[in-house]
Ligand binder design. Sequence first.
Ligand SMILES: [Zn+2]
Length: 196
Amino acid sequence: MPPSADAVVATFREAGALLEGHFLLTSGLHSPKYLQCALVLQDPARAERLARQLAATLAAERVACVVGPAIGGILVAYELARALGVRALFAERQDGRMTLRRGFALRPGERVVLAEDVVTTGGSLREVQDLVTAAGAEVVAVASLVDRTSGRDPGFGLPLRSLLVIDVPTYDPADCPLCRQGLPAVKPGSRPTPAA
Ligand SMILES: [Zn+2]
């Protein structure tokens, strides 16, 4: 059974990986939400459990390998590969291009799942998809813990499978409805406990 979205949200909240309030992001923009997947993945047991839930959606795909883009995709690819009983690779940028280094290789025809922590535009994953395809392997699915595409097509030509679909609006400080309500903006992590 796939987990309910509520259960996944609860897991993220427990980890302090999803906060609600009025946040000043490092980009300088403001947001009513703060999402930091690294915080949910810092507990290996929690990461393993989430990856197992994601792997359950891929059972029919006869996957041979999981590939994730560094840095965000490394842990998700690794835990997803553990759950699927296959190997995990990561792609990383060299001179600006996504590359398989460290002796990582794909076999022609190999069935590959791409893995990421959060998909927003999908740009890095599309580059990894091209890399996998150029190696003669086949991307059969794309999976992420969080879908932050807000309904925009990330352009994989395949559905994105995610445990949590979330919209994280961002506002220019001059145009922020929370500022207009007079709520103070805080830097995420500046409070000891997550907002409920
Ligand atoms: Zn604001």
